[in-house]
Design a protein around this ligand. Structure first.
Ligand code: SF4
Ligand code: SF4
Length: 146
């Protein structure tokens, strides 16, 4: 039969004393916010103005969290259910137009599941500025006739 170890309550005192003079390992969250590392993945955001409606994101999402709807006139609306999202980043990885971005916003707590469904409304495509090389050149000054 195994012996019960003797109880020595004073054994923890040195450890307690050392802890008094150490910096705490925790932060005062939510009063002090931690800067998340660059590759941290949290709330996905869809910049719908660049979406071409290919639905690669929908086909590759492992949890069926993202939907794309055609709103006509080459505009697309995205819906993401953050309650189903795994924050894997697969949608952003496969998007050919780099329309989806996984931000560092991890404060996603909500009181009900319905408020976790986020709609990114369709936006018109940005008007492209003509490239500098395509602009007509200013007329060059001509040498006066002799
Ligand atoms: S991050 Fe992953 S789970 Fe979330 S919408 Fe994108 S592909 Fe789906
Ligand atoms: S993969 Fe990108 S471009 Fe294609 S539907 Fe999804 S968000 Fe739009």
């Amino acid at each position: 039969m195994a012996k019960t170890p003797r109880r020595r309550p004073g054994r923890m005192i040195p450890s307690l004393l050392r802890s008094l003079f150490r910096r705490p390992a925790t932060t005062r969250y939510p009063f002090v916010k931690w800067e998340m590392p660059d590759r941290f993945r949290a709330r996905p955001v869809v910049h719908t103005e660049n979406c071409i409606g290919c639905k690669m994101c929908v086909r590759n999402c492992p949890s069926g969290a993202i939907q794309i709807e055609d709103m006509g006139e080459k505009m697309f609306q995205a819906t993401i259910d953050l309650g189903r999202c795994l924050y894997c980043g697969q949608c952003a990885f496969v998007c050919p137009k780099k329309t989806i971005e996984l931000t560092k916003d991890f404060e996603l707590a909500a009181f009900d599941r319905a408020s976790l469904v986020v709609v990114y409304h369709a936006k018109p495509k940005p008007v492209e500025e003509p490239a500098a090389s395509a602009q007509p050149k200013a007329a060059e000054p001509q040498a006066p006739a002799a």
